[in-house]
Write a protein that binds this ligand. Structure first.
Ligand code: TXA
Ligand code: MG
Length: 323
């Protein structure tokens, strides 16, 4: 079973850096979700991530940097990309940028593309990358197709028999994966809504963000955006206002459901209707409902503005039919 080490313990950083140096993946807290991190320049280490997750190898990984100097050594920044980085890093924004020909990111991490997805994370993850001295490739630390983990316990439950080391920094601040933005010259394309709302990006840099249709995203642009991606075992009913017998209810904004007495239990993504709180609670509440004896999960409508776009994206994926 995996060893869970608190990041507050001084020994944790050293153990993690040593494990990464041996090419082992380590589960690391970030402000978005827990990631399964490994040396982005080492093909054996990247292969170990794909194996632990059971993830298809055509699905490229996000490479995490400690600072702009490290990022510039591996990808090429346009002036617009520089402005985005200055506005949102460290933080939950991932930029897809052309590879620097002198960079060392291994092609297994980019799935052979000529671009890489990069971000500078907040907190302990950033300290770890700095101590390690190079970029860490890290997808979310869950088995492929499952809900992303927002606590060390989630990681241990899902991957405990497949990774040696899980670092614990409590629940993730944001709770949803990063927003992914492709930067082509002056053009910005949304590949995945996430922890930075699109309107915040548009306001910060004064450039409109293109939102291609879902088909384009799934087929060409971000190969990881398979429709049924955030999948609980229990089926999901979205935009629900009334309870069915034995369901788990996920309210929003304190609004009660009709026939709530029929429900197995009731949770509220945010009793005060705060989208940030709802984002931070989403995955852990879905997991809690999924692990229960509920016959289904009924979720209230969530407003679509700000972080609501990313919340509704994850809910739609979780509710999508799968084989
Ligand atoms: O918040 C996050 O982004 C978390 C934490 C750990 O940083 N990471 C995460 O990684 O969600 P992952 O691997 O689960 O999602 C990465 C997404 C995938 O959908 C992948 O297809 C896309 O990024 N991606 C990676 N490289 C790409 C590239 N060069 N072009 C287009 N999409 C890319
Ligand atoms: Mg993921």
């Amino acid at each position: 079973m995996a060893q869970i080490l608190p990041v507050s313990d001084p020994i944790t950083l050293r153990n993690a850096v040593e494990a990464l140096g041996r090419g082992e993946p380590v589960a690391v807290p970030t402000e978005t979700v827990y990631g399964l991190a490994a040396d982005a320049t080492n093909p054996a280490a990247i292969t170990a991530i794909y194996e632990a997750k059971g993830r298809p190898r055509f699905n490229p990984l996000i490479c995490h940097m400690s600072d702009m100097d490290m990022a510039r050594a591996h990808v090429l920044f346009t002036p617009l990309a520089e402005r985005l980085a200055a506005a949102f890093w460290p933080g939950p924004l991932t930029l897809v940028l052309p590879l620097n020909p002198d960079g060392k990111i291994h092609e297994l991490a980019t799935a052979g593309l000529e671009t890489a997805a990069v971000r500078i994370p907040e907190g302990f993850a950033r300290t770890l990358i700095k101590s390690f001295g190079g970029p860490l490739a890290a997808p979310s630390a869950n088995r492929s197709g499952r809900i992303s983990p927002t606590s060390a316990r989630h990681v241990a439950d899902d991957l405990g028999d497949r990774v040696n080391l899980v670092l614990d920094d409590g629940p993730c601040r944001v709770g949803l994966e990063s927003t992914i933005l492709a930067v082509n010259g002056d053009e910005l394309t949304l590949l995945r809504p996430g922890g930075v709302p699109v309107d915040a990006i548009e306001t910060a840099v004064g450039v409109a963000v293109d939102r291609p249709g879902l088909d384009v995203q799934t087929k060409v642009v971000a190969p990881g955006m398979l429709t049924s991606h955030y999948a609980p075992q229990t089926s999901l009913r979205l935009n629900a206002t009334g309870a069915l017998e034995g369901e788990a209810i996920l309210r929003f904004g304190g609004e009660p459901f009709d026939r709530e007495d029929k429900a197995l239990f009731v949770l509220d993504l945010s009793p005060s209707g705060d989208l940030r709180e709802a984002a931070a609670n989403l995955f852990s509440m879905l997991k809690q409902a999924d692990a229960s004896a509920a016959t289904g999960i009924a979720v209230a409508p969530v407003p679509h503005h700000g972080l609501g776009e990313a919340i509704n994206d994850r809910l739609n994926r979780a509710a999508a039919p799968r084989d």
